[in-house]
Design a protein around this ligand. Structure first.
Ligand code: FE2
Length: 114
């Protein structure tokens, strides 16, 4: 379980949580969520083509669940606070993030969780 206490706004790139589920629960301010689907067939491990399939705002008291490798990106303003609960230690499982401009797929490592 990770408490995100953010003084500064941030936009994350689309990413998954590998084989783990994740729940984001909003406490203060809001988080704009986008869920993405791959338009490619996933055959190329280095590139992905994404299309947005769901966009919504998590406000205080609301939670979103992400599982089965759901790719999502988050965008929150200054002083947004939320908790993220996961079914596994994400530092220990393979995960990906995707550069929206280039479609480049990168592995995520310890310290880059979001
Ligand atoms: Fe996430």
């Amino acid at each position: 379980m990770l408490a995100h206490i953010n003084d500064k706004a941030r936009v994350s790139p689309p990413h998954d949580h590998g084989a783990s589920w994740a729940i984001y629960g909003q406490a203060t301010q809001y988080t704009d969520m986008i869920e993405w689907e791959r338009e490619d067939n996933g055959a190329d491990p280095k590139h992905a083509k994404l299309k947005p399939v769901k966009k919504y705002r998590l406000t205080p008291g609301k939670a979103g669940i992400y599982q089965d490798g759901t790719i999502h990106s988050i965008d929150y303003p200054d002083y947004a606070r939320f908790i993220r609960v996961t079914g596994a230690n994400l530092d220990k499982i393979p995960r990906i993030k995707i550069d929206l401009k280039t479609g480049e797929v990168a592995q995520m490592y310890t310290g880059s969780s979001s």
